[in-house]
Each structure stands twice: as structure tokens, then as C-alpha cells.
Design a protein around this ligand. Structure first.
Ligand SMILES: NC(=O)c1ccc[n+]([C@@H]2O[C@H](COP(=O)([O-])OP(=O)(O)OC[C@H]3O[C@@H](n4cnc5c(N)ncnc54)[C@H](O)[C@@H]3O)[C@@H](O)[C@H]2O)c1
Length: 325
């Protein structure tokens, strides 16, 4: 059993994953930013901000990370902060992350570097032992121990792979050795979930919804076929499962963002609310990446146009329908 796992990020996913793996590690330390959350975990076994009703297991402790030596005891470190924060977080942790197994939960694409999170982490830490975790995994459901499937993107180091299998043994797992493709699935599905929300704000019949869903999945597969070395990626949890979860379920923040923009409930959604909308940050990068690979992705461009305020959703949807008919 792993003795100590560090989880950077005391939000929904950091707390949920800490609870899920806590039976498989001696101790789990959540590194948070806010003293009151750290205190509530240490004194009360609750993260009162994110899961006030959930009793955390007693081997979950919390700390505010003051310096890189705080990570010294952790054999494995899980990074569960928003993608926009990953570079600064790992940079601040510096050589505290140098020689241990690292796992990224964050889903995003840095712009304009077009780097995925594992690539940023490798660049900042020089550590090649990085895996990513991605799948149909709403944090609240993980926290309460419901079944979930996940894909682990991991290279061919057998020891790292075995550690991932042990640590995430509460999940139904599949694996891919194309880490970048697994991460890009997580980026793409957020973009198409926003698009599906926009579409559903205009068209509300079942036929219409599933027609668009199919169009999105087809575009996602065209993209992945052009960039992925893993021919089996399309049926893995990070791809089909996560795409369906995020595009279909109203609990998804990105789908909800699309619905709100489509219904004109929000005009300038860009990150002002403080809620994590990873898809809206990544859509520009996805379009540029597609251009570099000569891939046509009209639905992603439609999402970008609407989010940029360039277009009225109804007119954009009509144009899209005419174009793909
Ligand atoms: N892999 C998966 O299956 C999966 C599922 C859900 C979410 N996620 C990803 O996990 C990441 C976090 O999402 P979330 O839902 O937990 O978001 P959240 O907004 O609930 O929590 C983010 C937490 O990170 C903290 N944080 C932000 N900047 C920080 C910094 N510089 N240093 C330390 N802490 C910092 C915030 O204070 C907050 O507590 C996102 O990238 C999201 O896409 C992954």
C-alpha cells in the first residue's frame, strides 16, 4: 500500500478523489489554499465548502502548502486544480514534484502553447512519471462511492501503471499509452458539451438532441483519428463515456454554460463567475490545433463564434444545419 498521497486542490474533485483513494493509502493529504477549508477537514473531517454533508475518512488530512518541502512525504501527488492554474501550481511546487509519481485530473489546453496538462507538468518539473485520469466521473458521485469508469493515460513504465491500478482500484479502469490523446478527449468533450447546450437551447426534441450529439461525436472522432496513436480510444471511458456524461447531463457545468448562453441568461460567461468552465478556455486552442492538422471542425467553430459573442445562437445553429445537411 502507498503510504502517503498528496492531492493539490481542495475543491470538488480534489476532495472526491481523496475520499475515493483513502482506503488504498496510509494517509491522504489535501493541499488547499484556504485556511478555513484546511481547518474544517482537520478538525471536523468535513470540507464544509464543497461537501458539507460528507464525512471524510480519518486518514484524510489537509494543509496549506507553504513550500515545496511540504510535499516531501508524498510518494504520489494528484493535481486537481483548474487547468488555468496548473502551470503556476506545479511551478510553485518545483522540485517538490521532481521524483514522485504525478497524476493530473485537470482538463484543459494551454493557449497559445497548445500544451496539455501533463506536458506542462513535465516541462515545469522535468519529471517523466506522469499519468492522467479522465472519465465519466462527476466529483459528487465519486465522493459518495458510486460506480464510475475512468481511463488512465500512462506510459509503459510497469511500476507506474501498477501503482495507478492499485490507487484507483475503486474505479472500473481502462488504460491508454497515448496520454495526450486521453487528455484531448477531456478537452474536446467539454467543447462539444457547450455546443450541445447551445443547440438544446434552440432545439428541444429527442430526435434533434441525439442527431446533434451524433454529429458532435463524429467530429470528435475525426479529430482523434487524426491525432491519436491509440486506435481503441473511441470506446474508452475518457472518450465515449465522458463525452456522453458531459453533453447529456444538466449537472455538467459546460453543458449548462451552453444552455445559459443559448437562452441569453448570460452574455459574457467567460470565467467571471469563478466557476470552472474548462471548455470555454480550451475551444480556441482546439480550433488552432485542428488547423495545424488540417482537420475541419465546424461545430467547434460554431461554439467559439457564439462564446466570442460573434453570433446569435439561432442563426449559427441554422448555418450549421445548412452546412452539414
Ligand atoms: N478527471 C476527472 O474525471 C475530472 C472530473 C471532474 C473535474 N476534473 C477536473 O479537475 C479540475 C478541478 O475541478 P474541480 O471540479 O475540483 O474545480 P473546483 O472549482 O471545485 O475546485 C478547484 C480547487 O482548486 C483550488 N485552486 C485554484 N487555484 C489554486 C492554486 N493556485 N493553488 C491551490 N489550489 C488552487 C481552488 O481553491 C478550488 O478549491 C478541473 O480541471 C476539472 O476539469 C476532472
Amino acid at each position: 500500500m502507498i503510504s502517503t498521497v498528496g492531492v493539490i486542490g481542495a475543491g470538488s474533485m480534489g476532495t472526491a478523489v481523496a475520499q475515493s483513494i483513502s482506503g488504498r493509502a496510509g494517509e491522504v493529504i489535501i493541499f488547499g489554499r484556504r485556511q478555513e477549508i484546511v481547518d474544517s477537514i482537520n478538525h471536523d473531517n468535513h470540507n464544509t465548502m464543497y461537501f458539507p454533508g460528507l464525512r471524510l475518512r480519518p486518514n484524510i488530512r489537509a494543509r496549506v502548502m507553504n513550500d515545496r518541502r511540504d510535499l516531501a512525504d508524498c510518494e504520489v501527488v494528484i493535481i486537481a486544480v483548474p487547468s488555468s492554474e496548473v502551470r503556476s501550481v506545479v511551478n510553485a511546487a518545483g522540485d517538490g514534484l521532481a521524483d514522485r509519481y504525478l497524476i493530473t485530473m485537470a482538463k484543459g489546453l494551454e493557449y497559445p502553447s497548445l500544451k496539455t496538462m501533463s506536458e506542462i507538468i513535465r516541462e515545469e518539473t522535468g519529471n517523466p512519471d506522469i499519468a492522467c485520469f479522465s472519465g465519466p466521473t462527476f466529483a459528487d458521485e465519486i465522493a459518495y462511492g458510486h460506480i464510475a469508469g475512468a481511463t488512465i493515460g500512462v506510459g509503459d513504465d510497469p511500476s507506474l501503471r501498477a501503482t495507478m491500478s492499485d490507487l484507483f482500484g475503486e474505479f472500473i479502469l481502462d488504460f491508454s499509452d497515448d496520454i495526450r490523446a486521453v487528455e484531448l478527449c477531456g478537452v474536446l468533450k467539454n467543447v462539444y458539451a457547450i455546443g450541445t447546450g447551445m443547440w438544446d437551447s434552440v432545439y428541444s426534441n429527442h430526435n434533434e438532441h441525439y442527431t446533434f450529439l451524433n454529429m458532435c461525436y463524429k467530429e470528435m472522432c475525426i479529430f482523434l483519428r487524426a491525432i491519436s496513436l491509440d486506435e481503441g480510444i473511441f470506446t474508452k471511458f475518457c472518450c465515449f463515456g465522458d463525452f456522453n456524461l458531459t453533453a447529456n447531463v444538466d449537472k455538467s457545468r459546460n453543458r449548462t454554460l451552453g444552455l445559459m448562453v443559448g437562452k441569453k441568461i448570460v452574455k459574457t460567461p467567460y470565467l467571471e463567475s469563478g466557476v470552472t468552465f474548462e471548455g470555454s478556455r480550451s475551444v480556441k486552442g482546439i480550433i488552432e490545433l485542428a488547423k495545424n492538422h488540417d482537420i475541419d471542425i465546424p461545430i467547434a467553430r460554431f461554439v467559439y463564434d457564439v462564446l466570442s459573442g460573434n453570433n446569435n445562437v439561432r442563426i449559427s445553429v441554422d448555418t450549421l444545419v445548412r452546412r452539414t445537411a
